[in-house]
Design a protein around this ligand. Structure first.
Ligand SMILES: [Zn+2]
Length: 64
C-alpha cells in the first residue's frame, strides 16, 4: 500500500500526521504532504501534557 496525502493525492515528501489506533489491530498512520501537514499539528508529547496539567493545578514547588 502506497501512502498518500490525506487531503490530496500527493505521494511524495509525505510526513505522518496522525496515528489511528484500531481496536484489536495495529494502528494505521495517516500521511500528509508538506502543504497539508500544517493543518495537522503534531500530536502532543505525553510528558509535556502531564507537566502542563501539574502546572495548571498549581502544585507547590520543592524550591522556595
Ligand atoms: Zn496534500
Amino acid at each position: 500500500m502506497t501512502p498518500y496525502c490525506v487531503t490530496c493525492d500527493e505521494r511524495q515528501d509525505l510526513r505522518p500526521v496522525r496515528t489511528r489506533h484500531g481496536a484489536g489491530g495495529p494502528g494505521s498512520t495517516v500521511y500528509a504532504c508538506p502543504r497539508h501537514a500544517a493543518a495537522y499539528p503534531p500530536e502532543p508529547d505525553p510528558i509535556e501534557v502531564i507537566e502542563s496539567i501539574l502546572r495548571a493545578r498549581g502544585e507547590p514547588d520543592d524550591e522556595g
